[in-house]
Design a protein around this ligand. Structure first.
Ligand SMILES: [Mn+2]
Length: 323
């Protein structure tokens, strides 16, 4: 089944396929500390590219906890470059670079490759920021999409047979970024999900891929004791476990009357902030004060600091100014 729901710029798609055919080597990378959307987008675009050019690799610095299960599930180890030393930067010259799930220079997995690239294509659903990559030749960028996986399904797989594992990865990316189809979704998101299910994606398989282990779950419950509510609808929490930051900020929005959540974690002289909102507060504006970004509903930042108390004070000030 093909989806015909949007005016896809066919010329751009053809141009992209032309670039794939004209390059010997292709590198794909997402943002640092990839999530399911970023990882699903990278693997799916690799699968699309493979039908034209088998010489493509994904640059992935670290298999984080967020993607550990889907990394195992896809079982494509040989297609990943996980150590920078495995790329002979000097010898590569004429390569195509495909960037997924970010458009910011400071966030990509490997900035040297980006600097060296003469042909860059971006697939992303985030807004542009001051350090947005200017040199991209083609941009498949749309902030009205729930996820990069949604964009990739529509552009790359609408007329193409899709493997079950790829369909599952794409649906996983959409499910995670849209917080189970509750945020940034349109009827098109649902049509694309339906298309993926028709192509054998299974929501239950996806649920199993994201099950947490018991210890993590216990840690998560322990963290709830540190919850502070300000202004009745804004939750602020600290955690010592960086892998829980995003999970906790998502989870806090399940609590009645909580409209906005911020979770802070100190990690080696760096403070990570994850922010979520049901829409009454624009978390992106607040995270931009900390040089971060994202969307109204979901954003994050990293600050060089070892003083969480000070960051919380600054955060409260930014919340006051933006609510
Ligand atoms: Mn995303």
């Amino acid at each position: 089944m093909a989806i015909e729901i949007k005016n896809i710029d066919e010329t751009k798609v053809k141009e992209f396929i032309g670039l794939i055919k004209n390059h010997k080597e292709i590198f794909i990378m997402g943002h640092k500390n990839p999530d399911a959307d970023c990882f699903g987008a990278a693997v799916s675009i690799l699968d699309f590219i493979n039908s034209y050019n088998n010489n493509s690799k994904i640059i992935l610095n670290h298999v984080s906890r967020n993607i550990k299960n889907i990394y195992k599930y896809i079982n494509l180890k040989e297609k990943f470059i996980t150590k920078n030393k495995d790329i002979d930067i000097k010898s590569i010259d004429n390569f195509l670079l495909v960037i997924v799930d970010t458009n910011r220079e400071s966030l990509v997995e490997n900035r040297i490759i980006l600097k060296k690239s003469k042909a860059t294509v971006i697939f992303d659903h985030h807004e542009e920021y001051f350090d947005s990559i200017k040199k991209a030749i083609i941009r498949f960028q749309d902030v009205d999409n729930s996820s990069t996986c949604e964009i990739i399904t529509e552009i790359c797989f609408r007329n193409k047979k899709i493997k079950k594992k790829i369909a599952n990865l794409l649906l996983a990316g959409i499910t995670v970024d849209s917080k189970n189809f509750s945020m940034n979704t349109t009827s098109i998101t649902h049509e694309i999900a339906s298309f993926l299910i028709l192509n054998k994606a299974n929501p239950l398989t996806i649920k199993k891929l994201f099950q947490q282990n018991l210890n993590k779950y216990k840690e998560k419950l322990d963290s709830m004791n540190k919850l502070k509510i300000i202004k009745k609808s804004i939750a602020i929490m600290t955690t010592e476990d960086s892998s829980l930051v995003a999970i906790l900020s998502d989870e806090l929005l399940n609590i009645k009357n909580i409209e906005t959540s911020f979770v802070i974690c100190l990690l080696k002289k760096k403070i990570i902030i994850s922010a979520r909102s049901l829409g009454s507060i624009d978390t992106q504006k607040i995270m931009q004060k900390f040089n971060g970004g994202g969307h109204i509903n979901s954003s994050a930042a990293q600050v060089k600091s070892d003083n969480p108390k000070k960051i919380i004070t600054l955060l409260k000030k930014a919340i006051r100014e933006n609510s």
